[in-house]
Design a protein around this ligand. Structure first.
Ligand SMILES: [Zn+2]
Length: 396
């Protein structure tokens, strides 16, 4: 078979696998085990070893599979990493979101670009890795619930630490049009619950309005937001250069003439440095516990303020010298480095000492949208990159 036929076959396989992956309705929070079984089967047949980690209910699964080096010469292993969950679908799709539909050089379907396209490419390429004389391990890392503030990856990272897999190069295949992303802000999401005492609105002093205390909490957050601006690092590479804070929603109250006993606030912050996240949490917790809560309890001893952490995606920091970025640059010739405004699992891998880059097929412009698609040529570019990685991972 000629090389051209081989690459055509490889490409066809990647499209077929992507079609299969899209058919698994792996919306965040739901059972993704069938998709994980599918991936694990492909890799096991090629001789990979794997382990799984789970959420508390064992419903959602992370997979970490390894094709071992045949001739190890202590080269850093490569981790190809993708999340298996997709965001929910809203009405208005032109085709069934869970049936891959090809039209005009594009493949439509939920998760096509974010980010089952990358996973499909790695699985299509895996047979070639398994047949090669690898001089380093190639790992496949497929996580659950990235879209809900990276809930799956931290569980996997703990296991990697335990297994002492902490020196490597990780490629997170989020859609970047195969551009090199080497930094993003963190993304911390919280919901704060206020419990007060209901009563008749004609006697506000006899009740504890959860809505009013929540409003004061929101005001404090907005005040702290201004402080975040003045804390921006001078050499910040981000736009805007400072940590941001946003109130996503305030929910409480049932009627004009009833004192609300419940209210909750959804809010998030995107810290440019970890310290800002710590500062913000300390300040707002202090305000809630030392100012608001004592006032509430004076009237109603069972009043409470509880802050739930929805997720804390750590930031991904630019490094002066990055093995991961240099590897991609050496293969694609692209020496540019960009930052993005979306969060990924990159910071989690970076935190345990793994050199990490975000680079994958498709565009973030199509992610999370109706009629999500991936330009098919992007799959070919990704397969080329995986081919380059093989060249850098074999002993002739
Ligand atoms: Zn994604």
């Amino acid at each position: 078979m000629s090389t051209e036929n081989n690459s055509e076959l490889l490409y066809k396989n990647s499209v077929q696998i992507l079609t299969d992956l899209i058919a698994f309705k792996t919306i965040s929070g739901q059972d993704n085990s069938s998709l994980i079984d599918y991936c694990d089967d492909i890799l096991k047949k090629l001789g990979a070893t794997s382990f799984r980690t789970y959420d508390d209910e064992k419903k959602r699964v992370n997979l970490f599979a390894s094709l071992k080096a045949k001739n190890s010469n202590n080269k850093k292993p490569i981790i190809l990493s993708g999340h298996t969950d997709v965001v929910p679908v809203s009405k208005g799709w032109s085709s069934d979101p869970f049936t891959a539909t090809i039209k005009g050089g594009k493949l439509y379907g939920r998760g096509s670009c974010d980010m089952k396209g990358f996973i499909a490419c790695t699985l299509a390429y895996a047979p070639i890795y398994s047949k090669s004389n690898l001089n380093r391990d190639i790992h496949f890392s497929f996580t659950f619930d990235e879209e809900t503030a990276c809930q799956g990856a931290p569980i996997l990272i703990e296991e990697l630490k335990r297994r002492k897999i902490k020196d490597g190069i990780c490629i997170i295949g989020e859609p970047t049009n195969m551009k090199i992303i080497d930094a993003h802000k963190g993304c911390y999401e919280y919901t704060t619950y206020f419990k007060g005492l209901a009563g008749h609105s004609s006697a506000p002093h006899k009740g504890v309005s959860a809505v009013e205390y929540a409003s004061r909490y929101v005001n404090k957050l907005i005040e702290l937001r201004n402080k975040l601006k003045s804390r921006a690092p001078k050499d910040s590479i981000f736009d805007p250069p400072h940590s941001t804070l946003s109130i996503g929603g305030v929910f409480g109250g049932i009627a004009h003439n009833v004192i609300a006993d419940k209210c909750h606030v959804n809010w998030e912050t995107r810290p440019v440095v970890k310290e800002d996240g710590i500062f913000l949490n300390q300040e707002i917790d202090k305000y809630a516990n030392e100012i608001l809560l004592p006032e509430m309890k004076k009237i109603f001893p069972n009043a409470s303020i509880e802050k739930d952490i929805i997720g804390e995606i750590v930031g991904f920091d630019r490094e002066d010298k990055s093995d991961a970025c240099e590897l991609i640059s050496s293969l694609t010739g692209d020496n540019s480095r960009q930052v993005v405004s979306f969060g990924t699992e990159a910071g989690l891998f970076q935190e345990i000492g793994i050199s990490t880059v975000v680079c994958g097929p498709g565009s973030i412009d199509q992610a999370h949208k109706i009629d999500e698609f991936i330009v098919l040529d992007e799959l070919k570019k990704c397969l080329n990159l995986l081919d380059g990685i093989k060249v850098k991972s074999i002993t002739n």
